[in-house]
Write a protein that binds this ligand. Structure first.
Ligand SMILES: Cc1ncc(C[n+]2csc(CCOP(=O)(O)OP(=O)(O)O)c2C)c(N)n1
Ligand SMILES: [Mg+2]
Length: 678
């Protein structure tokens, strides 16, 4: 069904600074039309929610139109970047798409831009740089920073619009991103939509240093101003236009505290009992829309404004009917679409073998060099990875040889830096981010598991990202520098995971992870970085790292492992072969997600016995999934209960004696298997 043609008043979605000195009738009517449409749509959405026709949570933008409509009209939608909040329906309507698309999102029907996989206003338009919000407040700002920087790196004079509420302004991500944007000198307009409340909490309970939230900017070396968007709409528009022009010209971030309103409480169900007496009336009296209407009616005649409203309302009703008649969604390819489809192999240059054998750290360095040399969209970021070469020297001399901004030291801000990388990835760059230790990835857990990992499922956008995670223990680094976090992260859908155990596999894994269109966690065991040196060659079959590798062939049992434990398993298997004349199929899993178990299934079917070995903790550990999958399929063929060898269910203890007692060691592996065999 064709979507109805919008009224002529909505034909233009732009306002230019030149037009604002003394705004034309056209410009004023345009502002009014979009404000009226946004208000009416929010009101009708609330009605339909109350009728049970819309589910989820309806957080209306009634009262916020005087902020978001001017801003969205002023943005250059051809190059700029935005992430709208839950009060910004007007912004979505202006930025892209047809009203019906946006209504379909609310009805969660078959026409929904998120394929009904996300609710209410959690949509965007990544192809047009409108980055879809997730619920977690504050977490979108760094994505705007990344995509805007990506635009600038591509030579486009873009500005990013990072919108967040007064409540959201208290989150750590906001602090991290303001600092990052200032450090990198990114042209971002940060807008605090200060409506005085976060759910029931007044602003004075968010910020100890008074209620003037713009003052936060001084701490980051950022300019700031406050704009009252409940006043004269034309004046608000002029102030925003000047601010945007300055940010575009200077490429410096700016923080705007925009005073705005929340006319309907927090959400549809909010009874606002917590408001002081008379507060509701005071808020309603500040609404700029009726005043703007009266001003236009006085200047242009009541009949003209009433006619405009009639036309806009009729358009809205037609669109609502269409959206209501759109079929309900079906699961479709929901399961497959958690991941972006496989990408074609990149045209890597075949190269001579490395002149000398390499250890894992050197092999990764070689692969990063190859990526940086051959792929202009690549960049490498992380803490101390520049001149210092990274905590484990994996990025040694990359800065010297490739320079900034391809090789980028980041501040100590894992969450914002990961969000920044996601933003870069959404705009066509391909970042490789080093975490100093895998343990610190928990600081970025929301960005990794919710923002990046769900992106393709809910927004259809590829998020090609390599997260390098130096992990694992045995080095007396204690609880916070030794963990194996694969089962923690990979239980979340949308993430891929590779865990190489040899220099060649590490080299191949960087290339395979790099060209994947999904976020890939690259687990790098710290004890393997310098374990031994072996030849590393250009391997046209580098993509085979997504499959398990048969390390050693045998008949008695199938032993599945990965990471450093591959070497311990191999030694244990050699021992059993020589001392017991008992042989094992030993598999190095290499890819932890997605799991490709065909070869292992065949092996278990043949041997009838299964051992799973890993360094991480046992309970909820990765081995539980392996044992379950392999047992489900081969229960009837198994001659013994599967054996799981893993670490104790403890934080990683510090002293070497305690850590050895905690994790699988060669002796424990041999003893446990021998006992199981007996
Ligand atoms: C990190 C996080 N914590 C809690 C919530 C639950 N929550 C949703 S909206 C909201 C209030 C937000 O207030 P504010 O940022 O001022 O935006 P407003 O709703 O006033 O526009 C809260 C607490 C959330 N979405 N994210
Ligand atoms: Mg608020």
């Amino acid at each position: 069904m064709a979507f109805p043609t919008p009224p002529a008043l909505l034909a233009a979605r732009e306002l230019r600074g030149a037009d604002l000195a003394s705004p034309s009738t056209d410009s004023l009517l345009r502002l009014f039309a979009w404000m009226h449409l946004a208000r009416s749509a929010d009101n009708r959405i609330l009605d339909l929610f109350r009728q049970g026709l819309i589910r989820g949570t309806v957080t209306g933008g009634q009262g916020n139109e005087g902020l978001i409509v001017p801003l969205a009209l002023l943005a250059d939608k051809a190059i700029d970047v935005v992430s709208f909040t839950h009060r910004d329906l007007g912004g979505h309507l202006i930025w892209s798409g047809h009203l019906v698309d946006h209504l379909n999102q609310y009805f969660a029907n078959a026409g929904s831009p998120t394929k009904a996989r996300e609710g209410n206003i959690h949509h965007g338009d990544p192809a047009n740089r409108s980055l879809p919000m997730i619920s977690h407040l504050g977490s979108m700002l760094s994505l705007v920073a990344g995509s805007t920087d990506s635009q600038r790196r591509l030579g486009r004079p873009a500005v990013g619009f990072a919108l967040f509420g007064d409540g959201g302004s208290s989150t750590g991500d906001v602090h991290e991103t303001l600092n990052l944007a200032s450090l990198l000198s990114l042209p971002i307009v940060f807008v605090i939509e200060n409506n005085g409340y976060a759910y029931s909490t007044p602003t004075c309970e968010q910020f100890a240093a008074g209620t003037e939230l713009w003052k936060r900017a001084a701490g980051y070396g950022i300019e700031a101003l406050a704009i009252d968007t409940t006043g004269d709409v034309a004046e608000t528009t002029r102030l925003f236009a000047a601010a945007i022009a300055k940010v575009r010209a200077t490429s410096r971030p700016l923080l705007i505290e925009a005073r705005t309103l929340r006319l309907r409480g927090h959400a549809a169900y909010d009874t606002c009992d917590y408001l002081p007496p008379g507060e509701n009336d005071r808020i309603a009296a500040c609404d700029p829309l009726p005043r703007f209407r009266a001003q236009l009616a006085a200047a242009l005649g009541e009949a003209r404004i009433a006619a405009a409203e009639t036309e806009l309302n009729a358009f809205l009703e037609t669109c609502l009917k269409l959206a209501l008649a759109t079929p309900r969604p079906t699961p479709g390819d929901m399961v497959a679409e958690v991941f972006a489809p496989p990408a074609p192999a990149l045209p890597w240059q075949p190269e001579p073998a490395a002149p000398t054998p390499l250890n894992v750290a050197q092999a990764i360095n070689l692969a990063l060099r190859k990526v940086l040399r051959e792929r202009p969209e690549s960049l490498v970021l992380g803490q101390d990875i520049g001149t210092y070469g990274g905590a484990f020297k994996v990025t040694e001399h990359l800065l010297r040889d490739f320079g900034r901004p391809r090789v980028l030291n980041t501040p100590l801000a894992e969450s914002a830096c990961t969000g920044y990388a996601i933003g870069l990835a959404l705009n066509g760059h391909r970042p490789i981010e080093e975490f100093q230790f895998a343990d610190f990835a928990t600081e970025a857990a929301t960005q990794i598991t919710l923002n990046a990992a769900t992106m393709h499922f809910r927004a259809g956008a590829a998020c090609p990202l390599v997260l390098r995670l130096p992990c694992g223990g045995g080095l007396t680094f204690g609880s916070f520098h030794s963990q194996e976090l694969e089962s923690f992260f990979l239980s979340m859908p949308g993430l891929k995971g590779l865990y190489p155990s040899t220099p060649q596999d590490a080299f191949n894994a960087v290339l395979a992870a790099y060209e994947d269109n999904n976020p890939v966690l690259l687990f790098e065991h710290k004890a393997l970085y310098r374990r031994s040196r072996t030849p590393v060659v250009w391997d046209p079959h580098y993509r085979d790292v997504w499959q398990p590798r048969l390390v050693r062939h045998g008949d008695f049992a199938t032993l599945v492992t990965y990471g450093e434990m591959v070497h311990l398993a191999d030694e244990a298997a050699a021992y059993f072969a020589s001392e017991y004349e008992t042989t094992f199929d030993v598999f190095d899993l290499r890819a932890l997600a997605p799991l490709r178990l065909d070869a292992i299934h065949a092996s278990v079917a043949r041997t009838g016995r299964l051992i799973v070995l890993h360094e991480g903790r046992r309970t909820h550990g990765f081995g539980a999934e392996l044992v379950a999958r392999l047992t489900e399929r081969h229960f009837a063929q198994l001659k013994a209960a599967p054996l799981r060898i893993a670490a104790l269910d403890l934080p990683v203890p510090f002293a070497p004696e305690l850590e050895q007692a905690f994790r699988p060691t060669p002796e424990k592996i041999i003893d446990t298997i021998a006992a199981w065999m007996a």
